[in-house]
Design a protein. Structure first.
Length: 207
């Protein structure tokens, strides 16, 4: 179970790293969405897999890509679930800040083991009536079975933004939602969740 959980976390690291889009890109079709994912995968992997620079620098560069190309607020609100409605404005601000830093730090640490892996687009569809594109892809691993990925991309005012990824039939956003709900049950509050994520980040710094 621990091995499976670690593999899942590492796989999410790769996914979060490659989910970036070109500045100023305006997709008009499913093909544009798939080209966006494919063409920038190498760029993200080079940033986070570059051992010639410090982890701090890799993390800083990845955070810029993450903020620019993920719909951070939408993902964060979904992950917090019903607790978002109960949160004060101050708690919401603090939570979104720590959520972003937690995700970036987690995947910066984990990505290195995917250096050299191949990424392949399988198919893409959309947009649907909500402006959502779906891009199916896979991580090709030498001597091992491929890992399937399905990306959900939504058109926002500023352009295309990633809102979820399904890895081997497991939704990234839903998994985080369940994990965070468990932390809140244990810690008793949103402030407890924020504190727990800060603690996790300190441990990641030492890994």
């Amino acid at each position: 179970m621990l091995v499976l959980r670690y593999l899942r976390t590492a796989t999410l690291a790769f996914v979060m790293a490659v989910m970036v889009i070109a500045p100023g890109a305006h997709a008009e079709s499913a093909k544009d969405a798939s080209v966006m994912v494919s063409s920038l995968a190498d760029r993200a992997l080079r940033i986070l897999g570059n051992k010639a620079v410090t982890r701090t620098k890799r993390e800083a560069e990845f955070r810029i890509l993450f903020k620019k190309n993920f719909h951070v607020r939408s993902i964060g609100v979904f992950v917090l679930g019903r607790h978002w409605r109960r949160a004060t404005p101050a708690q919401r601000k603090a939570y979104l800040n720590v959520f972003e830093r937690f995700i970036v730090k987690t995947y910066t640490v984990r990505l290195s083991q995917y250096a050299g892996e191949k990424f392949k687009i399988i198919k893409s569809t959309g947009p649907d009536d909500r402006g959502v594109y779906l891009v199916d892809s896979a991580i090709k691993r030498p001597g091992k079975s491929s890992i399937s990925l399905s990306w959900t991309i939504r058109r926002a005012k500023a352009g295309l933004r990633v809102v979820d990824i399904v890895i081997e039939n497991l939704s990234m956003a839903q998994t985080q939602r369940d994990d965070f709900a468990g932390i809140i049950r244990t810690r008793g509050s949103i402030d407890g969740l924020i504190a727990a994520l800060e603690e996790k980040m300190k441990k990641l710094e030492k890994s």
